[in-house]
Design a protein. Structure first.
Length: 271
């Protein structure tokens, strides 16, 4: 991760809910000075009040921001965006993490010359283990992209794409993906209970197995297929289970259908 002790200008965070709050925590943890951060959030939480006591500005009436991060719900965007004019100048880059709101939608409301980056984070950002995919518009300079990349990296890894059309599939894989993993833990626990384990024990085993396997995948240089093969002895118990999961109607085709459905829905929501 890139530290932010040399960040210049002012960063304005619009919306400090779960994702916005996670990003704010990450920025402060990477050394961004509190007096360089302003937050627009009508619902003040104890956490925000504590940030204000450290020097974060809450709900300023006007400040020229070098970076604006939009972390509000997409359905309120039409009401929020017009009110940002007191905070934007020609050097501002606007970063949106609103699902489904396209670069075109944002440019229509912020102006065609506004530098805009659209990003899709995911919920592991809350513990600094997320991944964000970002796409810039043509107005974003190299230096602005670098600053945005450093800010987004406060909650985990960052990947850049040039084609905004990919963001629907990104949403389906990494944006919605944590829910698929949590469902796997649910199903594994229920299957364990169906096999005779006490439900509480089955839940603990499934939770620890999914979490530990994810951490192993994170730390290992090996790809997922190799790690799977390393667990699988020919003719053993794992192989017996994988014969079911890897059948023609098994997990692979089902996951493809799920991601395709989420991709289609993301396109529909974007209009």
């Amino acid at each position: 991760m890139a530290y932010l002790t040399d960040f210049t200008g002012t960063l304005l965070l619009v919306g400090a809910g779960k994702m916005g709050g996670a990003m704010l925590n990450g920025w402060l943890g990477l050394g961004l000075a509190p007096n360089k951060i302003a937050v627009l959030e009508p619902q003040l939480s104890p956490e925000l009040t504590a940030f204000a006591q450290r020097g974060v500005s809450l709900n300023p009436k006007a400040v020229r921001a070098s970076v604006i991060v939009l972390a509000v719900k997409p359905q309120v965007a039409p009401q929020v965006l017009p009110g940002l004019s007191p905070y934007v100048d020609r050097t501002t880059v606007v970063v949106s993490i609103m699902a489904g709101r396209t670069l075109g939608f944002l440019a229509d409301r912020l102006g065609p010359t506004t530098a805009i980056v659209r990003g899709m984070p995911n919920t592991p950002a809350a513990i600094g283990r997320g991944i964000t995919v970002a796409v810039p518009n043509s107005q974003v300079s190299t230096s602005q992209r670098d600053v945005v990349g450093r800010l987004l990296s406060a909650t985990g890894a960052v990947e850049w794409v040039a084609d905004e059309a990919l963001m629907d599939a990104v949403t389906a894989v990494s944006g919605s993906g944590p829910a698929y993993v949590f469902l796997l833990a649910e199903c594994l626990a229920r299957a364990g209970a169906a096999a005779g384990l006490p439900p509480e024990l089955a839940t603990r085993l499934a939770r620890a197995t999914v979490a530990g396997s994810g951490e192993l995948l994170h730390r290992s240089d090996l790809d997922a297929a190799t790690l799977r093969e390393n667990v699988t002895s020919p003719g053993g118990t794992t192989a017996a289970a994988l014969n079911v999961l890897m059948a023609k109607s098994g997990l692979g085709p089902l996951m493809e259908k799920a991601v395709a459905a989420a991709t289609k829905r993301s396109r529909e929501l974007a209009g």
